[in-house]
Design a protein around this ligand. Structure first.
Ligand SMILES: NC(=O)C1=CN([C@@H]2O[C@H](COP(=O)(O)OP(=O)(O)OC[C@H]3O[C@@H](n4cnc5c(N)ncnc54)[C@H](OP(=O)(O)O)[C@@H]3O)[C@@H](O)[C@H]2O)C=CC1
Ligand SMILES: O=C1O[C@H](COP(=O)(O)O)[C@@H](O)[C@H](O)[C@H]1O
Length: 608
């Protein structure tokens, strides 16, 4: 357990002198490097003050979490907002007990003995239960599925590996298949990888993680299956405080059966229960409403985490950081200065990669409903009162409710030509694999600004970006220097996740030399050049948020409903009129109709 003494030392060094804590004194020891002989120390000196805060903060949270304590978001926010400012320190566990100031250190000391390595996971859990540290059980329902194998288990292991899960965590794969614990461990072991920067204990950690992973054969009756799951969890939890997360990685069709069965049969009464639901959260407004009502009959809204992995990417978090923490952007963020916004989510891979669930959903449900509409909501919302999940969701939902209902005339549907004959089932249907549309937000800030969206599979390259085109400079005295094409002088801000993470700002610049030649060049912030850090997978980010009870990147039910209100009418119209998608070649730019759509709304797509 290498990291613990280091982090404990960190906490002692901070020593929480009183309920009022100066953050400058917290971060100062970190810069000395004396206590940071752990894996992160090498990057410390080279990064700015805020980053140091962030790294220290993550370390503190990690240790506290291992001890079953929770660091409220507001503590972090205060630190981020005002480096060196005073604020109250209240750390509490989820059962409500509050620790203040020096008590934290004492309580951590009390728990030191419980955070040592033990021979078996079971012993490990018993030891901690006796000492009152809450246990955490995470169930992955649909454990044999593609998403669970490729994303969820790897993310859980990455969190475990980097010390973000409590030592007494129990991971439970649940499926209808008759698998032993060993079968499940063998099945997932191949997809678990260690982080590049601290490979040393990889095998060791992998073994421990797998030893704490179990399979529950739920059979074909989820009611019975969930009781079985609960009983198995209880064996590990013992008498102490116990928290549970259920990740529902199952097809939408069985979501309710699973959710309602677990609500009845698998919730703990000795701690909190949180349920993670996968997109697309229904098939249209009505089915989604049914799901929501049923879920709400069994769970509090605050227990439900509707996950969309795109929202766990830095691109998305940066949308609000860029805008609300830079004076150079926020004043420009409106119809006065922004001419149009493009949201692009293009994928090279074809349908083969998504065969099993894609046919029933199609691109509108798979990508547009949450990825794209959530991106627009975060982009266009008013400044929230705070970074609290509810404050952010309050603002997002207003944007979604202000989006004009989509008109079929402002929509382009495409379908990838099936030359390989591999994806037999979807090609027989009219399922779109490409979708472009022009959206309008009917509020004072965005009235008349087209939001052009484009998403498709089997396209020429992976591209995930938000592109903001600004208006032309009124009365630009340099206009003639750009020649005929007035778009050349358009300022653009590009927030990019793929092909590589970057923030680019296109500005006009004088070409060096004699004469006055102007050039549109880019101020580039390429993440790989600027930050020498490994970027965690977005599922890791979001799973950690669920553990922390931070809902700001998860959709609330009113947001889900508002998004369906935008899309349901055209989904039904497409079905009713059997609208045929335009076929397009693999590896190209997609249907030509998208270009006509751009022209209709006065937008030139920024293709590479
Ligand atoms: N695959 C992906 O990349 C993405 C998937 N999603 C969403 O995640 C969910 C899962 O997708 P995916 O993993 O691809 O689906 P799969 O079909 O690959 O896996 C579904 C899993 O659900 C289990 N399952 C099926 N029926 C039941 C049932 N009645 N009761 C309990 N378990 C059941 C299956 O287990 P078994 O048959 O062994 O019992 C299987 O493990 C879907 O809602 C999808 O929309 C979202 C984004 C991306
Ligand atoms: O949510 C989804 O996203 C993936 C692409 O995500 P990435 O992070 O791997 O780029 C997409 O392929 C899938 O269809 C969709 O459901």
């Amino acid at each position: 357990m290498a990291p613990l003494p280091i982090a404990m030392a960190t906490l002692h060094h901070f020593s929480f002198p009183s309920p009022e804590l100066k953050f400058s004194s917290v971060y100062h020891p970190v810069t000395s490097g004396s206590i940071y002989n752990g894996y992160g120390s090498s990057i410390m000196p080279s990064i700015c003050g805020l980053k140091i805060c962030t790294v220290a903060k993550i370390r503190i949270r990690r240790v506290l979490r291992q001890c079953g304590l929770h660091v409220p978001r507001k503590v972090e926010k205060a630190a981020e907002k005002s480096y060196g400012a005073k604020f109250d320190v209240h750390l509490h566990n989820e059962s409500g007990s509050t620790f203040q100031g020096p008590q934290i250190v004492k309580s951590l000391n009390d728990k030191t003995a419980t955070i040592s390595d033990t021979k078996s996971s079971k012993e490990n859990l018993h030891q901690k239960r006796d000492s009152g540290v809450p246990s955490l059980c995470i169930a992955v329902i649909g454990a044999t599925g593609e998403l669970a194998r490729n994303k969820v288990f790897p993310a859980l292991f990455a969190l475990y590996y980097s010390g973000h899960l409590p030592q007494n965590v129990g991971i439970f794969g649940y499926s209808r298949k008759k698998l032993s614990d060993t079968d499940l461990r063998d099945m997932i072991a191949g997809s678990l990888t260690c982080r590049v920067d601290h490979h040393e204990n990889c095998e060791d950690k992998l073994e421990k993680f797998l030893a704490q992973t179990y399979h529950i054969d739920g059979g074909y009756c989820n009611k019975e299956g969930m009781s079985k799951l609960s009983a198995r969890m209880e064996q590990l939890e013992g008498e102490g405080e116990a928290n549970r997360i259920f990740y529902l990685s199952v097809p939408q069709e069985v979501l309710l059966d699973v959710a309602l069965s677990l609500a009845e049969g698998a919730q703990t009464k000795h701690g909190w229960n949180r349920v993670i639901i996968e997109k697309p959260f229904g098939f249209d407004a009505i089915s989604s409403q049914r799901i929501t009502h049923s879920l709400q009959s069994k769970f509090e809204e605050s227990q439900i985490y509707r996950i969309d992995h795109l929202l766990g990417k830095d691109l998305i978090e940066n949308l609000t950081v860029m805008r609300f923490s830079n004076l150079v952007f926020e004043p420009l963020w409106s119809r006065t200065y922004i001419r149009n916004v493009q949201v692009v989510f293009s994928q090279e891979c074809g349908i083969e990669a998504r065969g099993r669930y894609f046919d029933g959903y199609g691109t509108i449900r798979d990508i547009v409903h949450s990825h794209i509409l959530q991106t627009i909501a975060l982009f266009a919302m008013e400044q929230p009162v705070s970074l609290d999940g509810e404050d952010i969701r309050n603002e997002k939902v207003k944007v979604l409710r202000s989006i004009r209902k989509l008109d079929l005339g402002d929509v382009v549907l495409g379908q990838l030509k099936d030359e390989s004959n591999k994806a037999e089932n979807y090609m027989k249907s009219l399922t779109p694999t490409f979708f472009a549309a022009a959206l309008y937000i009917e509020n004072a800030r965005w009235d008349g600004v087209p939001f052009l969206i484009k998403t498709g599979m089997g396209l020429m390259k992976n591209r995930v970006e938000i592109r903001i085109q600004f208006r032309h400079v009124p009365g630009n005295i340099y206009r003639e220097r750009f020649g005929q094409n007035i778009d050349l002088d358009t300022n653009e801000l590009i927030l990019r996740d793929q092909p590589e993470e970057a923030i680019l700002l296109k500005v006009n610049n004088k070409v060096p030399g004699l004469g006055l030649m102007l050039d549109a060049s880019e101020l580039n912030l390429l993440y790989r050049d600027r930050y020498n850090v490994e970027v965690p997978d977005s599922y890791e980010h979001l799973l950690l948020d669920v553990i922390d009870g931070d809902s700001h990147l998860f959709m609330r039910s009113d947001e889900v409903a508002a998004a369906w209100e935008i899309l349901s009418p055209i989904i039904h119209e497409i079905d009713r009129h059997k609208v045929t998608p335009e076929l397009y070649e693999a590896g190209g730019r997609g249907p030509v109709g998208a270009y006509y759509l751009g022209a209709k709304h006065g937008v030139r797509w920024a293709d590479d």
